[in-house]
Design a protein around this ligand. Structure first.
Ligand code: SAH
Length: 418
């Protein structure tokens, strides 16, 4: 295992802008309207004038045409989202107490989840918790703080204090998006750095709805686990009794394990990543004490979903319940038509291995693809497969991934019989 460096508080405080250093920004009429309505992003193209050049982490105060306060937020010169708003419409002092308050509110919102045999969940969901560009995930006593803007770097020590006051943690790890890594590395702050505490011995475990999972917070995707699919996994458990289940884009086997506990007779977990499927097998072993999980047959296929599904169809393999949960296909706007086409192909391929009367569960996490467009592409895929879909549910975000404005609503999932 790679030993992450301890990032010292000094590396961060070197970045802290002087408290009195604030930028004053004037913005377009359109931006004034959206900010007034509570939108948390100010784009670079909407800035009309700016009092000084800004550095990442500077506080920016945005005024309207009549010099009235509109919003205050974090400035990021490296991103087209130039300011991420921390507070709208009423001036605020952004200090340790302010941020600690926001963190405490976010943690309080999750109190219900913590009580449900679930120790892995999102504590802070960026814009959804009015801490834009900041994610904190909890995996039992390990916390992962992930920054999506370098503007948060100077505030890391303060965030640490705020979070430690409300959540017990043995180890807090820093993860950063690529753009943030580029700014942090020259300062000696590396992705995966330990912020406090020490890593547990061996693989780290947490529970979700009573199922045990390991998580690799240093190398795993996102912060190590797709916490956002918890409720869909739980739903699949209720649909799986007696079924042969195919889990496409299985990652570490979440949907397969829930299906097994729900009484599935077999699961096939298909993913292109060999390490993910190896973790899926370890997760299975962690839950084999559950009679339903050990009674279920488990198979793992490391291959591309598109060619794998076509191969399974050709070999005559058929399933009663097919889950399709691909990665985001549209990282930018220009990729949206291609993404819709990919969803359509996947739906057609998935139905090609599904017995008549089976259940299709199809999810999308592409924020640029609307739910309606996504559902429409699944319907088109179904009609190309010569199947009629009887949709019985559409789901969106779980409560620990709150959505405050439309661009945040990335997750959607369709349930259908066919
Ligand atoms: N359903 C999972 C999360 C899926 S994330 C869960 O509940 O945890 C998306 C997964 O798709 C990743 O594991 C990634 O390895 C896999 N993947 C990406 N491209 C793929 C492809 N072309 N074929 C198969 N798997 C792919």
């Amino acid at each position: 295992m790679r030993h992450p460096m301890l990032a010292t508080v000094n590396s961060f405080s070197a970045l802290l802008p002087p408290a009195e250093h604030r930028l004053a920004l004037r913005v377009t009429r359109q931006a004034q309207r959206t900010l007034h309505q509570g939108h948390p992003w100010l784009f670079d193209r909407s800035i009309v004038s700016q009092s000084a050049e800004g550095r990442a982490g500077d506080l920016a105060v945005i005024f309207d045409d009549r010099r009235r306060f509109l919003a205050i937020g974090l400035y990021d010169p490296s991103s087209p989202i130039r300011v991420r708003v921390l507070q709208h419409n009423a001036p605020a002092t952004i200090d340790a107490a302010f941020l600690a308050g926001r963190l405490a509110t976010a943690v309080e919102r999750r109190a219900r989840l913590a009580a449900k045999e679930t120790t892995g969940y999102r504590l802070v969901h960026g814009e959804g918790d009015e801490l834009p560009g900041l994610v904190i995930d909890r995996y039992d006593r390990v916390l992962v703080m992930k920054l999506y803007t370098p503007a948060w770097l100077p505030y890391v020590p303060v965030l640490l204090e705020g979070v430690a006051a409300v959540v017990p943690a043995e180890w807090i790890v820093l993860r950063m998006s690529r753009a943030v890594q580029r700014e942090a590395e020259p300062l000696g702050i590396v992705d995966g750095a330990t912020l406090t505490g020490a890593p547990p011995d061996g693989p780290h475990l947490f529970v979700e709805n009573g199922l045990r999972f390991e998580v690799d917070v240093l190398r795993g995707q996102k912060t190590g686990f797709f916490l956002d699919q918890r409720d869909n996994r739980a739903r699949v458990e209720t649909l799986a009794a007696g079924k042969e289940v195919l889990n496409v884009f299985a990652y570490t086997g979440g949907f397969s394990l829930y299906a097994a506990r729900g009484g599935a007779s077999s699961t096939v977990s298909l993913d292109i990543s060999v390490p993910a499927l190896e973790a899926a097998q370890r997760n299975l072993a962690l839950n084999e004490h559950l009679p339903a999980v050990s009674a279920c047959q488990h198979e793992y296929l490391a291959e591309n979903a598109f060619t794998g599904l076509a191969r399974l169809a050709k070999e005559g393999r058929r399933f009663d319940l097919v889950v399709v949960d691909p990665p985001s296909f549209a990282q930018q706007q220009s990729a949206v038509p291609g993404a819709l086409h990919a969803y359509e192909r996947l739906a057609k391929l998935a139905l090609g291995v599904m017995r008549p009367g089976g259940t299709l569960v199809a999810a999308s996490c592409s924020s640029r693809v609307s739910s309606e467009d996504f559902f429409a592409s699944i319907r088109t895929g179904a009609s190309r497969a010569g199947r009629v879909l009887h949709e019985f549910d559409h789901t969106a975000h779980p409560p620990d991934h709150p959505v405050r404005f439309p661009e945040m609503a990335y997750l959607k999932c369709l349930y259908a019989l066919s």
